[in-house]
Design a protein around this ligand. Structure first.
Ligand SMILES: Nc1ncnc2c1ncn2[C@@H]1O[C@H](COP(=O)(O)OP(=O)(O)OP(=O)(O)O)[C@@H](O)[C@H]1O
Length: 447
């Protein structure tokens, strides 16, 4: 088998030499260029497998080369070399399609990891299909675009921020990015940041040393280490307390963590994906989410639209859910009547695809005969529509009372729909459990 070929672009001879030695020791051939013009010429002549480029070059900016590589008929992975601490240019390069960055002075183990990841990317394409266990269904244009974007993002190490309502498929998207990436042989670790008690968070994330606090009876690895070589998915990232936001920022920037009670930092190689159903922009504005962290986790954003905006996806989803619930035997699988499908396509789906799964599960238990009819779906009264109150008029009372009435009505409906389960109701209402409990108390509904 041919040894892979890496193109090194840097105007400093010392750096070129250091990179050549490191790569040659990894059995990688190297070609060197001192500037953008030479690099472009080499890329046209040789069939390179990856490119490492400095940002500041005598005849322009490394970003120009990143752009150029994206226009090739078969773009190769390109990583940029940045001055230590200059995350801005690293982020810019990743937004343009660079798959990762490495800072000077080089941390050699980190550099080797980056190169190995890049080389895996070059052959990831052939094994992609086999690796994909999950499927993101839906033939709407937007879902087709999302699938294409997932394929592209899988070839990068850039942090991706996935936004969208609860139950819309954010975690599924994250799993797919991981599975189609060069990291798919390693772990995909998903963590719901809202579910970890604040005082344990640092140790859960970064691990701890024995004896570092009461209860730390032995050394423990954290989630970053569990995800080593793979992907860490921070779900509900908006729920991270500010104290941990600072530490997370450091971990992303330095690619290193420090377990609680440890003097030493440990290098980590993870890809970070994050999601929330809340509006992080608003949270940045009101000071509850750090702007610098937002900027770093949101290098690339991907929005998953709510199900109500893509009713055309419902038939495929229903078929998939029914097949999953009824197993391989097609004979046992009921058919959804046309009127039932029409009812679903009109429904608001505050809980999105997860709610559709619940509706179908209930319908399967209730239907009678061969077809699932609209009655079997037991669609909840649409809280969205029912909560619409008459136009506001000052004669009816203050605006505050009016809004309180709407809130009361919506909460009551959703609580009824979820048989009093506050956790499920909060999720459906797009609130944290704590904020639902607070509102119930404010509205004197907490008995
Ligand atoms: N396009 C889709 N095709 C197939 N299944 C889907 C699709 N979208 C969502 N699902 C399924 O719907 C369920 C909810 O999706 P998921 O957990 O990814 O949502 P989420 O946006 O991460 O929710 P939350 O914000 O509550 O964490 C999962 O069982 C998932 O497999």
């Amino acid at each position: 088998m041919n040894k892979p070929l890496a193109l090194i672009v840097d105007d400093e001879p010392d750096i070129r030499e250091l990179l050549e030695i490191t790569l040659n020791r990894m059995s990688i051939r190297t070609a060197c260029a001192e500037n953008i013009a030479q690099a472009k010429a080499l890329l046209k002549q040789e069939s390179c497998d990856l490119c490492l480029t400095d940002m500041k070059l005598p005849d322009g900016n490394g970003l120009e080369l990143v752009d150029f590589i994206q226009t090739l008929s078969a773009p190769i992975p390109v990583a940029v070399i940045t001055a230590h601490g200059n995350m801005e240019s690293a982020i810019l390069a990743m937004k343009k399609g660079a798959f990762d960055f490495v800072s000077k002075p080089f941390d050699l183990p980190g550099l080797r990891l980056l190169i190995n990841n890049a080389l895996k990317l070059s052959d990831a394409g052939t094994t992609k299909e086999r690796r994909t266990r999950h499927t993101l269904l839906g033939e709407s244009l937007i879902m087709q675009e999302i699938r294409a974007k997932i394929g592209k993002l899988a070839r990068s190490q850039a942090p991706v921020y996935i936004s969208g309502e609860s139950g819309s498929g954010k975690e599924l998207v994250a799993k797919l990015i991981h599975q189609q990436s060069s990291r798919s042989d390693h772990a995909f670790v998903a963590i719901n940041c809202g579910a970890i008690p604040h005082d344990l968070m640092e140790s859960e994330f970064f691990g701890h040393k024995k004896g570092s606090f009461t209860g730390a009876v032995s050394d423990k690895k954290g989630l970053f280490q569990a995800a080593e070589g793979g992907t860490l998915f921070l779900d509900e990232v908006a729920d991270l307390p500010l104290s941990l936001q600072v530490k997370l920022l450091r971990a992303i920037q330095e690619k290193k963590i420090r377990p609680v009670g440890d003097q030493q930092e440990i290098p980590v190689d993870i890809r970070l994906l994050s999601a929330t159903h809340r509006n992080l922009n608003d949270m940045v504005r009101d000071g509850s989410f750090r702007q610098d962290l937002y900027y770093r986790i949101n290098v690339i954003d991907l929005h998953v639209p709510p199900l109500r905006e893509r009713p055309g996806d419902i038939p495929a989803l229903v078929e998939h859910i029914l097949a999953k619930l009824t197993g391989a035997n097609k004979q046992d699988r009921p058919v959804l009547s046309a009127s039932a499908l029409a009812a679903l396509q009109k429904y608001h789906f505050p809980g999105n695809v997860r709610e559709l799964e619940n509706i179908m599960e209930r319908a399967l238990a209730l239907y009678d005969g061969n077809n699932i009819e609209s009655d079997d779906l037991n669609l909840p009264i649409d809280a969205h529509k029912a909560a619409k109150s008459p136009e506001y008029s000052p004669v009816l009372g203050s605006l505050e009372d009016h809004l309180e009435g709407i809130e009361r009505k919506a909460i009551t409906l959703v609580l009824e729909e979820n048989e009093g389960d506050k956790t499920a109701a909060a999720k459906q209402l797009g609130l944290s459990f704590r904020s639902l409990r607070y509102r119930l108390k404010q509205l004197d509904m907490d008995h």
